[in-house]
Design a protein around this ligand. Sequence first.
Ligand code: SF4
Length: 289
Amino acid sequence: MSSHHPTPEFPAHLRALYGRFAFDRSLADDPISVIRPLARDPRRAEIAGIFGATLAIGNTTAIRGAIGDLAARVDGDMARLVDPAHRAARRRALASFQHRWIRGDQLNHLADVLTAYYRRHDSLESAFLAGWETDGFVGGLDALAHVLRGTGPAPPGYPILFPSPFDAPRSPCKRLTLFVRWMVRPGYPDLGAWRRIPTGELKIPLDQHVHWIAYHLGLTHRRTRSWAAVEEVSEALRRLEPIDPVKYDFVLCHTGISGDCPKRRDLAVCGPCSVRPDCLMWRRRGPGN
Ligand code: SF4
């Protein structure tokens, strides 16, 4: 483990990174750009959001392509995925779908699970809240994962699409954590469709870009992504921003995706980086630095 810690000036540096960030440039690259147009219709946004987050594997271009492919198969209306009247047509339409290792039969099963859920509930927020009320965010994510897995027979590989931090602690559970961020945060670029969960309780969706920069800024000492690393990074950000700790997620993630951060010591690119004084690449020189 590293003993690297953020500098005392780190909060100001991170706020400067956030303040100067080109949100509009990166929004077009992000899967939420496909979901945001539905923001005024919370049910549609939630349905598009859970399918979009489930497909959030790989690079952002491929993810947006996969969400677009899925939407095209239901004539652009993702709400049809959970409409019982379209069940047979939906199953045929999704049969040939594939994004990385996620298959159409798995998405069709998710649509069946959600169709049954929405017969009894208005929103997946209720599922999250049921766990959150007893065990906080981890309990909420666990309850959400169990609802999405369903109870009946499922296609091969389906349940592991929805890991819970309780039974898969080595997983950062990035996709469900990202979905919850999209739904809960009212701040740009998120949707704020769920109103009953305080933003201060959110955890960071720890993808590889966020983990790399969080490690190199001293927000976690864990070199591998896991739920423990999620907790460490979230807690470090909560000390900076108690009301809205994951507001920095989009910026940390897209600093890596956009190429603003080369993930190595490169003065031409790192020169204008606001967090350079805190970055392990510049604070310590050694093998690989
Ligand atoms: S100083 Fe360079 S390597 Fe470090 S976070 Fe900034 S851009 Fe990335």
